[in-house]
Design a protein around this ligand. Structure first.
Ligand SMILES: [Ca+2]
Ligand SMILES: [Ca+2]
Ligand SMILES: [Ca+2]
Length: 401
């Protein structure tokens, strides 16, 4: 604040000094101009006075007049020179005046700028003063705060000392606890290890337990299933046993009946073998055979056999196969229908009495079902063989009864 005030005073003094010098110069110029004006007026009045004086002394001599005239002329020249000098001096003074006026304007401009700057500085100074006052107030508050903090610091120092004492006590307790914790940690590690081992054993035991449980469940299930199967088997066994006993009884009865029937069959067979066949029929074993002289298709041929109480030939044995070959004319390779057909199921050959064909005597490459051949014929040759032919073909046939 003091520095700002001093600077401001210096500024004001400098400004005043400059302003005073300027006013002094101006007054001096005015005085010189006034003096020059007065001097010119005095010279003019002097000339006028001389002229009046000389006009009043006209009776003087011409020489004196001439002398006076010369003197006046000389004075006039002198005055003219003085006037010129004064004019030159006035011009120089005017130039100085103009320069000084210019400098004055410049100085006035500078003064205006300086005034403005001074006002700004004054404003800044005021702001600084205000700020300084605020800072002083703040400083006062800070000092109060410092005092309060100092008090608090003292209290805290006392508390810190108390805490230090407590800390030392706690440090001793902490050391004791640390030793205890270390011992407990060692114990904890051992317990952790034991716990891990036990946990692993428990998991293995749990796995074994689960496996055993599953096995027991499966065994129970299997046992129950087996028990049920056993009951069912026992029931079936009892049933089968009863059935077996019944069958054995039936079998015994049937065996006895079969034996009885066999005896009857043997008697009948012997009787049949001994019975002669009708005219145009040929005897072999227990059957009689007829080879037609007419020709018909397979269906009509079978109908003709049935009309005679017979049916188309059924070959039951190789002996019969050979016998039939002897019935036909081998030299002309004679064909004749026999009781063989696959009209019910293609490729499944059956005899007209419903029995399946167990032993066949097909010619090589037969049966070939050429153009849907479904009926069997006997083709005579050295051994005789079979062929499938179209059922609507017309040819001889062989009956058997
Ligand atoms: Ca037969
Ligand atoms: Ca066929
Ligand atoms: Ca054929």
């Amino acid at each position: 604040m003091d520095t700002m005030e001093i600077d401001d005073t210096i500024y004001v003094e400098n400004h005043l000094i400059t302003q005073v010098n300027f006013h002094r110069r101006n007054r001096l110029l005015r005085r010189v101009t006034v003096c020059l004006g007065i001097l010119c007026a005095a010279l003019l009045f002097s000339n006028i006075g001389q002229f009046i004086f000389y006009e009043s002394d006209r009776p003087a001599s011409a020489a004196q007049t001439q002398a006076s005239y010369d003197a006046l002329t000389q004075d006039k020249e002198t005055l003219q020179n003085d006037k010129d000098n004064l004019t030159a001096a006035r011009d120089r003074l005017q130039s100085s005046y103009d320069a000084l006026s210019e400098e004055k304007r410049r100085l006035q401009t500078t003064l205006s700028d300086l005034t403005k700057e001074r006002d700004e500085l004054q404003q800044s100074c005021n702001s600084s003063i205000t700020e300084r006052d605020e800072m002083k107030a703040g400083l006062s508050r800070v000092r109060k705060e410092r005092d309060r903090l100092q008090t608090g610091y003292n209290n805290l120092t006392a508390a810190a000392e108390q805490l230090q004492t407590n800390y030392s006590n706690l440090q001793r307790v902490k050391d004791a606890l640390s030793t205890l914790i270390t011992a407990l940690r060692i114990k904890e590690v051992q317990l952790e290890s034991n716990y891990t081992s036990l946990k692993r054993e428990k998991e293995q035991l749990q796995i074994s337990h689960n496996t055993l449980n599953r096995s027991i469940t499966q065994i129970n299930t299997s046992y129950n299933s087996l028990w049920k199967d056993k009951d069912q088997l026992q029931t079936r066994y009892n049933t089968l046993r009863k059935e077996k006993e019944q069958l054995q009884t039936s079998c015994s009865r049937l065996t006895a009946a079969g034996e009885e029937l066999q005896k009857k069959i043997n008697k009948m067979t012997a009787k049949l073998r001994g019975m002669p066949c009708q005219t145009h029929w040929t005897k072999f074993d227990v059957s009689c055979y007829f080879v037609s002289t007419l020709k018909k298709n397979w269906t009509e041929s079978r109908r003709a056999c049935i009309a005679e109480g017979a049916d188309l030939l059924v070959i039951d044995s190789s002996e019969e196969q050979l016998f039939v070959n002897g019935l036909l004319d081998k030299g002309q390779s004679q064909n004749a229908w026999i009781g063989l057909t696959d009209s019910l199921a293609e490729g499944v050959w059956t005899w007209v009495d419903g029995t399946p064909v167990t032993t066949a005597y097909w010619l090589p490459g037969q049966p070939n079902d050429f153009k849907n051949q479904d009926c069997g014929e006997y083709v005579s040759s050295d051994v005789g063989s079979w062929n499938d032919d179209g059922c609507f073909a017309v040819q001889h046939w062989i009956c058997e009864k």
